[in-house]
Ligand binder design. Structure first.
Ligand SMILES: *[C@@H]1O[C@H](CO)[C@@H](O)[C@H](O)[C@H]1NC(C)=O
Ligand SMILES: *[C@@H]1O[C@H](CO)[C@@H](O)[C@H](O)[C@H]1NC(C)=O
Ligand SMILES: *[C@@H]1O[C@H](CO)[C@@H](O)[C@H](O)[C@H]1NC(C)=O
Ligand SMILES: *[C@@H]1O[C@H](CO)[C@@H](O)[C@H](O)[C@H]1NC(C)=O
Length: 416
């Protein structure tokens, strides 16, 4: 991919001409990358076929309240064997421009799709667990095309979607690595490798901790932050009431209860992956059905019950695509480690970020954490808050049109 190298050299020399101190010789380079995991498919299918699940659930009356429903797991497994085509998914994934680079000793994989518009806003999209770059596939191309903010201002983006260290094609980081280190590496990716002087971030789940760290610690380069999640422990309805914060709509009341549900009956995985990631990682390492149950349960629980119907594209094929990526890249253990490495990342003290950059927030009905506007305003320069009654924890898949529109609002506040 000569074209890529040439365009960055050009960009760097333009930047140098504008008096920006980024000597070309100090710039790190990126290499084109193609996804090819086909070698692992025969073994996946063999293990899927050999796997035995019980004929009947042990306790039929509990439904999915004590974990993934047996019938759902069986139908996902059958679909994986009969109807899922990794080769076809891989071809679709390879339509994007993928690259790898090496920063601080880590191989970092990323998609980089540039807008044709030279004024486009550089934007990094950050996924969490159990997620990957695949979470943003529906919105990457639309973000690059010139469109309008709600107020009619033209807007487009140069889009960067990395795999977090330990996920998919990015190396597993050292044991003592934290999201702050990832934030620093991603700032280097955008500025040094890609040559962007200023950029915007979007983060969800663990990606929100990294995006917030970028927003807070790199206030010269990060000039807008959009979040669907923030790294501060959500408050229960009682705690909100004690702070005189009223849940003003049935939607907000519902969302606050979703967090209560997560913290009372939905956080077993969180404690396991924080305290014993090796055990769960090794148990699932060569076990596609195990990964399907462990990851599939979370994707189903954390998304809108209407998932898979418009505007959601989060159907069962998408779950299989995500689990296949975890299994075929052998990254279940390293991805689980992000919990152990960032055990205290979610703060109970809400503190304001060291920045005047605008912060935009989008809430989605079935997300598992909820922050009313009054709480989000405590952590940054909140300029835009939107709440959607469709979608959940994976809005790039579960309500891509809403996330797309909300991200375009960055254009309203962007100034360079
Ligand atoms: C702008 O975005 C909307 C919704 O995403 C889309 O329907 C429309 O075609 C886009 N317009 C242009 C000019 O690309
Ligand atoms: C983290 O671990 C690496 C070895 O993997 C070591 O080189 C480095 O000094 C450690 N950093 C800290 C802050 O302990
Ligand atoms: C909440 O409102 C009550 C009554 O106005 C007041 O006494 C209390 O100090 C307020 N609490 C907070 C945390 O603002
Ligand atoms: C940006 O961060 C620096 C510390 O790195 C701080 O001194 C400065 O006040 C921050 N700027 C804003 C606008 O908060």
């Amino acid at each position: 991919m000569h074209h890529h190298a040439v365009s960055y050299a050009l960009l760097a020399s333009l930047a140098a001409g504008a008096g920006i101190a980024t000597p070309i010789e100090k710039r790190l380079s990126a290499q084109p990358f193609k996804v090819d995991l086909s070698n692992g498919v025969p073994r996946t299918l063999k293990l899927l076929r050999e796997n035995e699940l019980p004929d009947e659930p042990e306790y039929p009356s509990v439904g999915s309240s004590f974990g993934i429903d047996l019938g759902v797991l069986k139908s996902l497994k059958a679909q994986w064997i009969k109807d899922f085509d990794w080769k076809k998914e891989q071809d679709a994934i390879n339509k994007f421009k993928h690259f790898t680079t090496n920063i601080e000793g880590l191989d970092i994989h990323f998609i980089h799709e540039k807008s044709a518009d030279p004024d486009a806003i550089p934007l990094i999209l950050l996924h969490g667990w159990p997620g990957s770059f695949l979470e943003f596939v529906p919105i990457i191309k639309p973000l690059t095309s010139r469109n309008k903010t709600s107020a009619g201002k033209p807007v487009s983006f140069h889009v960067v979607v990395p795999s977090l260290p330990g996920f998919a094609f990015s190396s597993a980081p050292p044991a003592n690595w934290t999201n702050k280190d990832t934030a620093r590496v991603f700032n280097t990716l955008l500025t040094n490798v890609l040559g962007y002087e200023k950029f915007a971030t979007h983060g969800t789940d663990w990606g929100s901790d990294i995006a917030y760290s970028l927003y807070n610690s790199f206030n010269k380069t990060v000039r807008a932050g959009h979040f669907a999640f923030i790294p501060f422990y959500p408050l229960t309805p009682d705690q909100l009431a004690a702070e005189n914060i009223t849940l003003s709509t049935p939607l907000e009341q519902f969302e606050a209860q979703r967090f209560v549900g997560w913290s009372t009956t939905g956080n077993g995985y969180f404690i396991e992956q924080t305290t014993k990631p090796n055990t769960i990682g090794l148990a699932l390492y060569d076990n596609p059905v195990g990964q399907l149950a462990w990851i599939g349960e979370k994707v189903i629980e954390w998304s809108d019950p209407r998932a898979g119907t418009a505007p959601s594209v989060l159907d069962h094929n998408e779950i299989l695509r995500s689990v296949s990526l975890f299994y075929l890249t052998k990254s279940i253990t390293s991805s689980a480690y992000i919990y152990a490495q960032n055990a205290n990342a979610f703060k109970t003290q809400y503190t304001k970020a060291n920045t005047d950059a605008p912060l935009l927030f989008s809430a989605f009905k079935y997300n598992v954490g909820f922050w009313p506007p009054a709480k989000v305003a405590q952590v940054g320069n909140l300029v835009e808050y939107r709440n959607h009654d469709f979608g959940g924890h994976f809005p790039g898949l579960d309500n891509p049109p809403a996330l797309l529109e909300d991200l375009r609002e960055i254009g309203t506040y962007w100034s360079v």
